[in-house]
Design a protein around this ligand. Sequence first.
Ligand code: NAI
Length: 504
Amino acid sequence: YKSQEALKLGMIDTIAEGELRQFAVKFAKTAQKNPLSSKTVEKDESAEFDAIVKKALRAGKHRPPVQESIRLIKATADIEFYESLAEERRVFQQLRIGEEAFARRHLFFAETNAKKVINLKEAPIKPVKNIVVVGAGTMGTGIAVSALKAGFHVTVYDQSKSILVQCKSRIDSIYEADITSGRIKTEQRDVQLAQLELSDYKSAFENADLVIEAIFENLAVKQDLIRKIESIASANTIIASNTSYIDLDEIAEVSLRPENIVGIHFFNPAHIMRLVEVIHGNNTSQEVIATAFALVQKLGKLPIICKNSFGFIGNRIYADYRYQCELMLEEGALPHQIDEAIERYGFNMGPFAVGDLSGLDIAWNMRKANAHKRNPEARYVSIPDQICELGRFGVKTQAGYYSYADGKKQIDPVITELIMYASEQKKIVRKEFSSEQIVERVLLTMANEAALLLAEGVTARMNDIDLVMINGFGFPKWEGGPAYWASRQNLDELYEKQKALAEV
Ligand code: NAI
């Protein structure tokens, strides 16, 4: 247990047994004073310590707070206690007015404000006790776990019995992992799991306060489901869709009560990711939006409201970011150069590594399905299509932007050649990109898309865009978010750079 570890390390004096107050009083009367200042710190030159430092520096190479923390911790072995405290205070004062501190404060206030949704204050919230999750796949399973942990009665409905069985065993193993890591006690798990039902009968919808669908990403299938739910559920039942890209208003077209239809867009893995976009359709009532917002908060997550629009906030910015990176491939960069630049900036993974991991075929299918909607004037990069045409769908086929022979990510000359050839075909003279240039183009792109989202009224709040990118898409917290970045630039320069990028 962690308390035992703390005792071993000398962080605490003892572990209380029996009745806490009595124990504490007795201990305080009898214990020897053992102040921290009298302890000596031994120099740690172990490989373990080095490994921890390395890990902290991986995302913090350029971050003064990380560098200084490491330096100060190391220094405790060499400097006397009070001198060490003074030095720590000096560094703190200095970092407090540093770039990262500003960014962090921005996010703190962004989160505080995200909780205050002005026009929702008066809207009544509908009571929600019984949740039905439709679709026992990747997302449905995660959503069900979130709802169980928040104390809801959850029915998971799927058309397939065998998928329900798989779903149950995935839920069990998520709980098992939580018990092993000490996050939850066995008794708590039993109480929560007693609230779970799995069903392939439509009658599951009868007592639902809220149904959330996470079925196949297909309009007709989703519309069918709405009809089915409405034929059974009560007129008060809220129906939420977890769709990523389908137009919520089109889904709601078949509804008898479109005011009850809302988008609740979770991110994968849904039981872990904090961000949830709450989507306001044309007809969604304020009451339903307020209820969805409150529900997401009850799940311990961060709800961000936005208007129905392609890709909502996050996926829309992400799609444009990826597109910008593809443009850079054509112009002279290679996937690993872009990924490395983005990772150095602070993302856990660059866009091509992410693509390989999540599967390139999903976006490929979507591009094919939406080919008729594409703007013929816009520059189209066919490199991703060509990669998919080779049957390279990413990690699952052991090949994508990289090759994964024996599981290790490697630069693949086949892809380098394919990219070079694509540039040649378009008569683009390839040029070198520095890491800074790559990152700047990405930030300009995200900032531009953020501005468009504001202009179109998809969201009214710049800060919400930062919260989305940080909590759902791995944008480094210490940079404050893409809109914050834009707000810190010289406006004239930013405008000139955006104009130049638009030309590209
Ligand atoms: P999945 O393929 O893992 O699961 C879908 C499940 O729905 C399957 O178990 C299937 O049997 C069931 N199903 C299909 N039609 C049904 C019907 N008419 N009635 C009952 N059950 C039905 O799919 P996944 O990845 O969980 O995605 C579900 C939805 O969530 C999609 O709309 C997707 O766009 C969205 N989404 C997915 C994310 C992801 O990263 N996978 C992230 C955010 C949203």
